[in-house]
Design a protein around this ligand. Structure first.
Ligand SMILES: [Zn+2]
Length: 387
């Protein structure tokens, strides 16, 4: 669908880049366009499915369940969530404060509040197995809901939107909902990727334009959004999100629900330039990586490709020769049994073919997967890495 600017509702935009995913079966869409709003300068993805389609996708295709580890997250997540909690604690002096984490995944962030003595915690997540894990792992209350269908008479002192806003098609209904869930002068914590600094953190080309990330916030645009819905900013911090091998720039923003509305759009002139720079640097790196992969695969007849995420989907349109791929492998049980370009996706435990090299098609989890192949699955297949 054609999307108006989710912040200022302007209908005019300028096209910056087309991100191709090449497969609708597992990724919701074939492609989207990265555009910049002609009025406020917000950068976002256009020609995307509706909010309902995304809601459905997150219910059935969640990759935040950590199923293969029973919902337990790695230490890097715990360190990151601890950073968030430490940022918030000075502002929440009451241990009985009602805290709601929207998109709570398996509950790890709330569990750190619990460790710090906070007891009035609730998580919601569209994925039933995330909610189950939150209850079972940490004994924290949680329910299967997204922000749109969640209804309660309770009002909260603090609402957390960590890594949520960049996923939403519809800001109007979600921000109105959040206002209605907050007490007067209640707090809203937001963590989003910092699009102004994408160019400083390139690990794999175009990784920021993922299937699920459809809004690219700068400090200016998040200020515009909060101002539109009458939130006053208390503290804004530039940060880093270090998960496994990837480091991404992000912003922490704490704001307070206010009743004053003096919303004026402050046009963001910087983000477009930074994103254009990011796109051109990614294009250069893309060419280099294509060369590496072509060389590594030139003498291989058949390969197994591990990972079916954005990284692989982008390569299917250009670098990867489909006739060489015996099958795909992925740890996410949602993908298993489905097909990518007509080629089957199998579970790691189904790899029986000795002698067929395995291409690890991911940046963030490369070392983890290599370890899994060698030490857990005890496979002797040659491992081909890209990074
Ligand atoms: Zn706009």
């Amino acid at each position: 669908m054609n999307r108006f600017c989710p912040i200022c509702a302007c209908q005019r935009n300028t096209y910056l880049y087309k991100q191709n995913f090449n497969n609708k079966d597992i990724s919701l869409m074939e492609s989207y366009d990265v555009v910049v709003c002609s009025n406020c300068g917000f950068v976002y993805a256009d020609n995307i499915p509706s909010q309902d389609d995304f809601n459905n996708y997150y219910t059935v295709m969640s990759k935040y369940e950590f199923d293969y580890k029973n919902g337990v997250v790695s230490n890097s997540y715990i360190e990151h969530f601890t950073k968030i909690v430490n940022f918030l604690i000075p502002h929440i002096t009451d241990f009985n404060a009602k805290i709601l984490d929207i998109g709570c995944s398996t509950g790890a962030l709330l569990s750190i509040f619990k460790l710090n003595g906070y007891s009035n915690l609730l998580g919601i997540d569209p994925s039933p197995s995330c909610v189950r894990a939150t209850k079972e792992l940490y004994n924290i209350e949680a329910s299967v809901n997204n922000i749109f269908n969640f209804n309660t008479n309770e009002k909260f002192d603090l609402i957390i939107l960590s890594a949520v806003l960049e996923h939403l098609v519809d800001f109007n209904n979600s921000m109105q909902k959040i206002r209605s869930l907050l007490k007067d002068r209640g707090l809203l914590f937001i963590e989003v990727p910092d699009a102004e600094r994408f160019v400083l953190y390139i690990s794999m080309p175009f990784q920021q334009f993922s299937i699920e990330h459809i809004n690219y916030f700068s400090q200016n645009s998040i200020r515009n959004l909060l101002s539109k819905f009458s939130f006053e900013i208390i503290e804004l911090q530039k940060n880093e999100n270090r998960i496994n091998q990837s480091i991404d720039p992000d912003i922490f923003i704490l704001s307070r629900k206010s009743n004053e509305n003096n919303f004026i759009i402050k046009r963001d002139d910087i983000c477009e330039l930074k994103i254009r720079n990011y796109i051109s640097q990614c294009a250069e790196l893309d060419l280099k990586i294509k060369k590496v992969i072509q060389e590594k695969l030139s003498n291989k007849n058949k390969i197994i490709v591990w990972g079916v995420g954005t990284h692989t989907q982008r390569m299917l349109g250009s670098i990867l020769d489909l006739s060489k791929i015996l099958f795909f492998v992925d740890s996410n049980i949602r993908y298993i049994g489905k097909k990518l370009k007509g080629i089957e996706i199998k579970s790691p435990s189904d790899i029986k073919e000795e002698g067929i090299p395995i291409l690890i098609s991911t940046y963030s989890y490369q070392e983890e997967i290599a370890y899994q192949i060698k030490e857990i699955l005890k496979l002797n297949n040659e491992i081909i890495t890209i990074y």
